[in-house]
Design a protein around this ligand. Structure first.
Ligand SMILES: [Zn+2]
Length: 220
């Protein structure tokens, strides 16, 4: 689909955006989404870089999944919609909102982890971080794993730093490592009791995300 991108230099330029991509057919897209260069465009007039988000569908037959991606702007509409049209596609539909969440989910699938267990761990990490930093808007992202641990990055922690010109707020990223044992325990729990309160609360229809726990009252 052709989309128009408005630039601050008053130039509107058109770009070609796919409605649907297939990760098995185009593994380069996986790389681009994860490193944040997917659908990056440069204004031909002034050279400014743009990172717009469009609603797209990401197919990953190898993981038996089809991800419907909404932009952050459509978050409210997703919650208000309440009902889902019947879905006959053989690839199970999941929803993510925003490209950072898409990148996160694709990394989790790439590393053969269970998204429900990862989101539950994010929830615990986020609760802890919010206790320590009640003033901050915190986001928790999956950042990779090794044989012994899973790594998460907590964004949005602000730290006041005294500079010559007075206090200055800076954002910090906290790195948290979770042992494989804890991940396995959470996963076993999910497999045994998928209807447990925590796992139910993490999901709204096809949308599984820690953000479902954090949404404001008016979107419930
Ligand atoms: Zn421009």
């Amino acid at each position: 689909m052709i989309q128009k991108i408005p630039c601050f230099c008053d130039n509107n330029f058109s770009v070609e955006v796919p409605d649907e991509i297939d990760i098995d057919a185009r593994p380069d897209y996986l790389e681009e989404i994860i490193n944040g260069t997917f659908l990056n465009f440069t204004c031909p007039r002034c050279g400014k870089k743009h990172k717009p988000e469009f609603n797209i569908t990401v197919l990953w037959p190898g993981k038996k999944i089809r991800i419907e991606v909404f932009t952050e702007l459509d978050r409210g509409e997703f919650y208000r919609r309440k009902k889902e049209a019947p879905d006959k596609n053989p690839l199970k539909k999941e929803t993510v909102i925003g490209y950072p969440e898409l990148a996160d989910r694709l990394m989790v699938l790439r590393d053969s982890l269970e998204p429900a267990a990862v989101e539950a761990i994010k929830y615990y990490l986020q609760l802890k971080a919010e206790e320590t930093y009640p003033e901050d808007e915190i986001e928790t992202w999956y950042a990779g794993s090794s044989d012994s641990s899973l790594e998460f990055h907590i964004h949005g922690i602000s730290r006041s730093r005294n500079t010559g010109e007075g206090a200055k707020k800076e954002e910090e990223v906290a790195v948290m490592k979770i042992s494989r044992d804890l991940y396995q325990k959470t996963l076993d729990d999910y497999i045994k009791h998928p209807k447990n309160e925590i796992f139910t609360a993490l999901r709204v229809r096809s949308y599984l995300s820690v953000k479902n726990m954090m949404r404001p009252e008016e979107l419930k």
